[in-house]
Design a binder for this molecule. Sequence first.
Ligand code: FE
Length: 202
Amino acid sequence: MQNDDRAHARRKFLRRWGALPVVVALPAWGAHAGDPRELIATPACSEGEEPTLRQVEGPFFKPRSPERTSLLGAGLQGTRILVSGLVLSTHCEPVVGALLDFWQCDNHGAYDNSGYRLRGHQFTDSTGSYRLETIVPGVYPGRTRHIHVKVQAPGRAVLTTQLYFPGEPENQRDFLFQEALLLATTDAGGTTAGRFDFVLKI
Ligand code: FE
């Protein structure tokens, strides 16, 4: 990446997240009342917002993942994380019914290519919000921690991208890493939460 691109990405990141109260009143893990909106702070979005950056799909996407908002399952090891946010248009309008299809490796860096472990799709609710319960993915050769996702407004083009984790030493060595795709993470009561708002070119 060129230095100019890095500087641009950093400015954009700071503009969106620099002064934002990211998470409020995070409930204890497993005890939440089920209303994802209580986790969503006012989005930092301005008219003409740039669409979320595209990234390569990579070799491990599988279609027809199960519909679910939790990828947690029996025997799954790793640090739990709650990822949430909004899907917005470039005019900052929430996108209702947008499809989000997530896939990631386990905490050892392995993808499930025979089944659907750590794979799942969901749709944004009436406020344009999504919420994903999962684990922090591991690393595998050449890649820093990341979660893959496809995002699609109803009847519109698919955005394929990846989300990253702040403070990871491998971020600077992964040529795909983009600061603009960092989750804004917080730690509340031992539960990690990550916030990311997607902006679709609609
Ligand atoms: Fe990957």
